[in-house]
Design a protein around this ligand. Sequence first.
Ligand SMILES: Nc1nc2c(c(=O)[nH]1)N[C@H]1C(S)=C(S)[C@@H](COP(=O)(O)O)O[C@H]1N2
Ligand SMILES: [Mo]
Length: 228
Amino acid sequence: MNELRPWPPGQRPRPDFPRFGLTQYAARFPRDASSRRLQVGGAVELPLDLEDATSGLTRVEQVSDFHCVTTWSCPGLRWSGFRMAELLPRLQQQARAHPQSKWLLLRAQDGYRNALLLEDLLAPDVLLADRLNGEPLTVAHGAPWRLVAPAHYGYKSVKHVKGLDFSVEAPALKPAWLRFMNHPRGRVALEERGRGLPGWLLRGLYRPLVVPTAAYFKRALATAGRSG
Ligand SMILES: Nc1nc2c(c(=O)[nH]1)N[C@H]1C(S)=C(S)[C@@H](COP(=O)(O)O)O[C@H]1N2
Ligand SMILES: [Mo]
């Protein structure tokens, strides 16, 4: 879009910001969308259960583009939250994370999970967000907390975050086909869409899924009587 936010290869802008994901998560919702509690575990000496992990941190606002691996992108989203670069070192210290930790697994209230390199999470545009476009996050977009990692495909931006697990090795995701779809880094600039197949090929396989998947997610939200 501009020099600071270059438009990545193979992406097309979409005017709305659809609720989206793997269809088996469409009808799963957070158990408690108002609980800001975060569990910190994995390769740590002192697992934590924090009522307010971000207290004392600086709230930041940022405008960034959101890029789903299936090729739709939503430009110019205004997020508010806290920098992982500020939160993570604090948690690492408090929980006494293993000094060789290289990965963080984010666990969500709907059962979804994904992992990023700690190094990637320390980028200044990676947030743990609780507000979008001036409003509290809705259930549709990830209440109570969601990761925002604009340089990575949307599947890394875990919604309804409830737990953060440090790890020395790359965590293995289940089921196996998710392992295949998920690229360990998932950087949009390098078109790291998935494992095994080149990004440009996956574009063509994913593109026909965008419209039906967005419609499916919208229906599931309405059926559950949740707010969009
Ligand atoms: N908890 C959870 N986080 C998730 C998903 C999900 O199904 N559950 N889907 C991922 C995918 S594939 C995308 S593209 C984005 C979609 O975010 P949105 O629904 O706010 O558009 O959320 C990501 N994070
Ligand atoms: Mo996605």
